[in-house]
Write a protein that binds this ligand. Sequence first.
Ligand code: 13P
Length: 248
Amino acid sequence: MARQFFVGGNFKMNGTQKDLKAIVENLNNAQLDSNAEVVIAPPALYLDFVKQNLKNSKVEVAAQNVFNKPNGAFTGEISVSQLQDLGIKWTILGHSERRNELGESDEFVASKTKYALDNGISVIWCCGESKDTRQAGETIKFVENQLAALAKEISDWKNVVVAYEPIWAIGTGLVATKEQAQEVHAAIRSWLKKNVNEKVAEETRILYGGSVNAKNCKDLAKEEDIDGFLVGGASLKPEFVEIINSKQ
Ligand SMILES: O=C(CO)COP(=O)(O)O
């Protein structure tokens, strides 16, 4: 089964209403690859604003994070039911910026992923190694450990998209080579085959993230196990359209 190409735009903590309106209008007016699935993740404060302004039915809105408890006394968090209330069907979880800056453990990320999936929210689950881990030759072992923590919690992978984002490539302009990315994507797929099952390995989309831009996306998109991208900085720019269309 061919996996549908998937492109996510992670706006991170960027944009005001004016900026976001311009980004959304650019997407509204663009010709987007009809075979690509596209989601954009604005800051939580603007989820509804972006959704209301989005007129291109090809594009869905995602949260950048969601909590693992129902509504209640959890200051600063947002709940699955609040996402559902706005008609949001996706969330990113386990981004390295949250793991590293905010101390989210593998177990916490896995628990939030389970909670979101159990309650009908699809998840872009992120993994990826630091520069030190890569230099120590431990990239694959590291990513496999992150996967193992997730696999302990979840059994249904149907609504999971994996994003491999090496930390040294995020926001640095140092994109992974297509060989480096393909090697880890293939390792993730073979881990899924061995530890979950063949169908999940075959069907799960594995995205690459880290300094993807209009120039490097086409070559990366040709790799067998790269099923799309999770884009940071370039998703705020008009070139995001070229990245969405990189498989055309
Ligand atoms: O972290 C990323 C997407 O989640 C990648 O960010 P950049 O594309 O800015 O490197």
